[in-house]
Design a protein around this ligand. Sequence first.
Ligand code: URA
Length: 246
Amino acid sequence: MKQGQEKNGAQRLDKLIGNQGQYTRSQVKDLVRQGRVSWNGSVVRRAEQKVMPGDDIRIDGKPVIVRSHIYLMMNKPAGVVSASRDPRAGTVVDLVPEQWQRRGLFPAGRLDKDTTGFLLITNDGEFAHRMLAPKKHIPKVYLAQLEFPFDPALPQRFACGIQLGDGTLCQSAQVSLECPGERPVARVVLHEGMYHQVKRMFAACGNRVLSLRRIQIGGLALDEQLAPGECREILPKELESILYGF
Ligand code: URA
């Protein structure tokens, strides 16, 4: 449970409103001081007042809509683990700014500790399931820098399904040369998500991934304005394009 939230879901009014993203907590305090906030029909006197998400909270008479689910796009930096909590290391959820911290936030899918790029963080288990369910085949797009030259036979091999070192057969995937050179960059589109999959696919073809970045999930590309470790909310339209926009 996040700090400031009680077992029954009660939390401070300034925090609850601040978490919706329209006002900062100090702005909420000002609004309360100005007598512009009401709670279940009474003017609020203290910004620390405990409220429940379903309560009738208004600012200047207009209801505050409390969204129960949040969806964040993070530009995951290298060196943090894709987990909610880890006693030994920093996690992606630890990097989420206070305004978006919620009970039950988790990364929808995992990127390796050294992988960077688009990670979706949410508290909506159903959406995560729809995005990750193998049957849905939502594509994930990666850029992989390789140690050795790009073998022109790779696109055909990936399309036919790579057999990993342990015998596992991968689904058909797409690979193309994004950036030629001594250490070329390949663009890979996967429709499933096995452990270390991109790295193991290239290893099975005699190459090695030096660095890996996820740049797209479904039809939604990583926002390149996000610095490593930063996140922003995903708009409802963008959520749709994750599921249906590819
Ligand atoms: N494939 C990998 O090898 N690593 C990741 O983090 C994601 C896909």
